[in-house]
Design a protein around this ligand. Structure first.
Ligand code: AMP
Ligand code: ZN
Length: 458
């Protein structure tokens, strides 16, 4: 059963297969920037990629997939955080890398086979920059920074379809923000490969191209690390949609000019997670980490399940209610699993589930097909076939079930009164009671036939 996936470059569904004669599928995912906890939007991208990795392993064999996901441990944000906290950069990035690993494990994401860190691959990045300079694709600016000359690469803009004019406009806009950078460049659309040391970088510096000290630009790290660990041409490169431009466009330009070979044969971008219909942001108070949800009494597995209920190429609106639904779906699966014999069922009992997963990673349709089989009963099904689906989706049914935080009696009483007021459409009273609940530190989630109470985030 071929695994077909949308390719952002050709804009069509294409079958995933390894190009290398050794049959190993080379798969690169842009990883996290480690200066704070990853939020549940980041985890949508990583969970979707984890399902992809699992399907590839089922399809090609466990030893025929090589998955690389980097850690961005030096950039403007990480340096700024270290400076604010007056800590060494490595200490800050180590802390958040460890936290990221713990969250990934709780969400049952398989660790990548190689997880290279940008600061451990400075030499490889400098080597690529020096090749680009020699070939005339890069130039040194007055302050010692090195820029990629966008006009030297004819295919620039093919992935994101940015036209020359738009590129100028968007770069000019970015130029305003980074006025210092813009001054040094020959053209506003050029981007930094190497950033010369500035006093605010403190002790963050390495010897760079032609021995100028500084640090690498963000884009070059992925080009250098995928080259080192997967070779010049990879089978699949993935990330969230926000990386399509300029990050992935720039990766293509650097890698193809340096290596003289196609960089990635297939590009896949998953869509954003919204929360309550809006972009997640600290100022809106709708930015959740995994810990925030666990503190509210939800299990990491419920988050994983909820993240899979939307088509990965469509925006998904996250609500706390979707976690309640996810917990009960997991409970249904757990109970169903307990009724199954170990063997003796039809091996292809869940073929409709896999058909949907293989059709552009349609996880909501796959879950629909899964539940239509589960709801029919356990006749003809064995645990081995069921567990194959559970493995593909990466669900862990034996993970501990959370103990819900119970609201105190006084809070329950206000909620009861509010629910009653809503039933008789006395919205003024209902709103006033909601304010009382908020003041007491609780939020009330209304559903069609009832409500639930959640402790508010601190
Ligand atoms: P970062 O740590 O910012 O480099 O992001 C890590 C990954 O998360 C990237 O692939 C981003 O595209 C992705 N990402 C960031 N925000 C969201 C979001 N709200 N929904 C889904 N993916 C996201
Ligand atoms: Zn990247």
């Amino acid at each position: 059963m071929a695994l077909r996936l949308f390719d952002s470059l050709s804009r069509e569904l294409r079958e995933l297969k390894p190009a290398h004669p050794d049959g190993v599928f080379r798969f690169y995912t842009c990883g996290p920037t480690v200066y704070a906890p990853a939020h549940i939007g980041n985890f949508r991208t990583f969970v979707v990629n984890d399902v992809l990795r699992r399907l590839l392993e089922l399809e090609l064999g466990r030893d025929k997939v090589k998955h690389v996901r980097n850690v961005t441990d030096v950039d403007d944000k990480t340096i700024k955080r270290a400076r604010e906290e007056r800590r060494p950069l490595w200490e800050v990035t180590r802390e958040w890398t460890d936290k990221f690993h713990a969250d990934c494990a709780a969400l049952n994401c398989l660790p990548p086979h190689v997880e290279p860190a940008a600061t451990e691959h400075i030499r490889e990045q400098v080597d690529m920059i020096e090749v680009l300079m020699r070939k005339g694709n890069a130039y040194r600016a007055a302050d010692g920074s090195v820029y990629f000359k966008v006009s030297s690469f004819d295919h620039y803009g093919r992935l994101s379809r940015v036209k020359e004019r738009e590129l100028q406009a968007s770069s000019a806009l970015a130029g305003k923000v980074h006025a210092a950078d813009a001054d040094e460049k020959e053209d506003v659309s050029d981007f930094a490969l190497w950033k010369a040391w500035k006093p605010e970088d403190g002790d963050v510096q390495w010897p760079g191209p032609e021995a100028t000290s500084g640090r690498p630009g963000w884009h070059i790290e992925c080009s250098a690390m995928s080259k080192k660990h997967l070779g010049d041409t990879i089978d699949l490169h993935t990330g969230g949609v926000d990386l399509l431009f300029p990050h992935h466009e720039n990766e293509i330009a650097q890698s193809e000019c340096c290596n003289g070979a196609t960089f990635a044969r297939h590009w896949y971008h998953s869509e954003f997670l919204l929360v309550d219909g809006k972009k997640m942001s600290k100022s809106l108070g709708n930015l959740y980490t995994l810990d925030d949800l666990v503190a509210k009494g939800f299990s990491p597995m419920a988050l994983r399940y909820a993240l899979l209920t939307g088509h990965p190429r469509k925006q998904l609106n996250f609500t706390l209610d979707s976690l309640h639904a996810a917990e009960s779906a997991l409970a249904t699966l757990r109970a169903y699993r307990a009724t199954l014999p170990a063997a003796g069922g039809a091996p292809d009992a869940f073929s409709t589930v896999f058909e949907n997963l293989h059709d552009d990673l349609n996880t909501p349709a796959a879950l629909g097909a899964f539940f239509s089989i589960v709801n029919r009963g356990s006749g003809g099904i064995d645990a081995a076939a069921f567990d194959r689906v559970i493995f593909a989706l990466g669900l862990k049914l034996d993970a501990p079930v959370p103990v819900k935080v119970q609201a105190p009696a006084a809070v329950n009483a206000i909620a009861e009164r509010r629910w009653a007021a809503k039933q008789i459409k006395d919205f003024a009273t209902a709103d006033a009671l909601r304010n009382e609940l908020t003041a007491a530190g609780w939020s009330m989630l209304d559903r069609k036939d009832g409500y639930s109470l959640e402790p508010l985030k601190k």
